[in-house]
Design a protein around this ligand. Structure first.
Ligand SMILES: O=C(O)C(=O)C[C@H](O)[C@H](O)COP(=O)(O)O
Length: 213
């Protein structure tokens, strides 16, 4: 597990914000990934929330080698395997199940599993996880909650996601037990639909300049 934690950290490479993407049309995947890379956010999370998601992951893995493509909204072992086979280099889930964790343990692809309560966190810690997603961050108690976890659960670091924006991201990133934040704000649905890659590149640049790294 140490290896996989290090692998995950190397892939994220200190990037302060991981864009959480919902891609409805596979044709948007490559230009969107290129815009995010150009804006300084190469590690991206394509969520399995649309029928196009697996093809989008495949297209980015093949055509945008500068990107570090990951998959999000992974709910089962089957999703994990499909996403990894499509070329995902890391996998993100909103929570965890024993079945998902068993599948992840057989793979070389690192998993960033979600947890919010001390008990969920302790179960994952006992299985060797040191970096967890904290989802939905704002709705689950946000920064005060994460600060309260830092002392009893000192070995765990978090990637909070859900309700994070350019406005509150700096406060999260200033907290030592936070590795990065995730957010959809850097790639708004309307800009993806309109092919507004320049604006997405600008939003990415703004986000990439927030601390950590
Ligand atoms: O389903 C998952 O695996 C997720 O990653 C959930 C997303 O992280 C959030 O839905 C993003 O939240 P917003 O930035 O507030 O839009």
């Amino acid at each position: 597990m140490k290896n996989k934690t290090e692998k995950l950290l190397a892939l994220l490479d200190g990037q302060p914000v991981i864009p959480v993407l919902k891609i409805g049309d596979v044709a948007h995947a490559v230009p969107l990934a290129r815009a995010l890379v150009a804006g300084g956010l190469p590690a991206i999370e394509i969520t399995l929330r649309t029928p196009a998601a697996l093809d989008a992951i495949r297209a980015v893995a093949k055509e945008v080698p500068e990107a570090v493509v990951g998959a999000g909204t992974i709910l089962s072992g089957e999703d994990f395997v499909k996403a990894a086979d499509a070329g995902s280099r890391f996998i993100v889930s909103p929570g965890s199940t024993p079945e998902l964790l068993e599948t992840a343990e057989k793979s070389d692809v690192p998993l960033l599993p979600g947890a919010t309560t001390p008990s969920e966190i302790m179960v994952l810690q006992a299985r060797g996880y040191e970096i967890l997603k904290f989802f939905p961050a704002e709705q689950s108690g946000g920064l005060p909650f994460l600060k309260a976890l830092a002392s009893p659960l000192a070995a765990i670091r978090f990637c909070p996601t859900g309700g994070i924006s350019l406005k509150n991201a700096p406060d999260y990133l200033a907290q030592p037990n936070i590795v990065c934040v995730g957010g959809s704000w850097v790639a708004p649905d309307a800009d993806i639909e309109a092919g507004n890659w320049q604006r997405i590149e600008e939003l990415a640049r703004e986000a990439s300049q927030l601390k950590k790294r």
